[in-house]
Write a protein that binds this ligand. Structure first.
Ligand SMILES: Nc1ncnc2c1ncn2[C@@H]1O[C@H](COP(=O)(O)OP(=O)(O)OP(=O)(O)O)[C@@H](O)[C@H]1O
Ligand SMILES: [Mg+2]
Length: 242
């Protein structure tokens, strides 16, 4: 076995299958550690399919997925997680019949006792407001608090790679504003963060590198700063909401 390198997440010529048919083609994306990378794209572009393939939830037709040098292509979800890759799928909700504490317990049960305790400390450091909501039922939380719990569940294992599919979906702008610095902090601590968004505003603010996916293919690959200066490209791909 080769020694794990710290190169983050790498998708190479990836084609993801949905119902046996490829919905992405030749998608190559690098998510380096220590920064946020974004995939932008309109409805049906193949963003969530790509996230699901990274998580081990849908099949890969061709190409590969590597996390810090390990080939995780086609691995089962629990093995992907064990490789240090956490994926928050689009529309992930917490278990609203359970308390915050029990939701966090569900997310950390496969970790050892010491790792679980360390992970809980880490997530409470990122989201201190969850502490006073600890024994509250999930359905009594605000939308923003619920999204915090979902992110905390993904972060409790202290992943090296974090993939978030549509962080801002259904959340008020003020709530999103609270979550943004947390993603920046996680990235700054050395995690490779991939933020998938339909709309450009939030993602381009946070990201260093950006990709535009349209019709299953990469249409732009460059810096987020350069993409911000191309409103015609963003408009053409319906990535601006105004
Ligand atoms: N479970 C499924 N079975 C079959 N086809 C699917 C399934 N889920 C998605 N697809 C198809 O895969 C393609 C890509 O969809 P995907 O959800 O990955 O796009 P997306 O970029 O995440 O879009 P959105 O912005 O709407 O979330 C679409 O053509 C969609 O119809
Ligand atoms: Mg999607």
């Amino acid at each position: 076995m080769t020694e794990a390198s710290n190169e983050g997440l790498k998708l190479t010529s990836l084609s993801v299958l949905r119902a046996g048919r490829p919905v992405t083609h030749d998608v190559s994306i690098h998510v380096p550690p220590g920064q946020v990378t974004t995939i932008l794209g309109p409805n049906g572009a193949g963003k969530s399919s790509t996230a699901a393939a990274i998580a081990g939830l849908v099949a890969v037709g061709s190409g590969s997925i590597h996390a810090n040098g390990s080939d995780i292509t086609g691995m089962r979800p629990e093995r992907v997680r064990a490789e240090g890759v956490s994926v928050v799928p689009e529309g992930r909700r917490l278990l609203t019949d359970l308390t915050v504490e029990d939701n966090m317990r569900v997310a950390s049960y496969s970790l050892g006792k010491a790792a679980a305790a360390e992970g809980l400390d880490y997530t409470l450091q990122l989201f201190p407001e969850l502490e006073k909501r600890w024994d509250i039922g999930g359905r009594l939380l605000s939308g923003g608090e619920q999204q915090m719990v979902v992110l905390a569940q993904a972060l409790v294992s202290k992943p090296k790679v974090l993939v978030v599919d549509e962080l801002s979906l259904g959340l008020a702008p003020i709530v999103v504003k609270r979550l943004v610095p947390v993603l920046a902090e996680v990235a700054n601590s050395g995690v490779a963060v991939l933020l998938i968004e339909q709309f450009a505003h939030l993602a381009l603010e946070l990201a260093t590198k950006a990709y535009v996916l349209e019709g299953g293919r990469i249409r732009y690959d460059g810096t987020a700063a350069e993409l911000s200066e191309q409103p015609e490209l963003l408009h053409a791909a319906y990535l601006l909401r105004d």
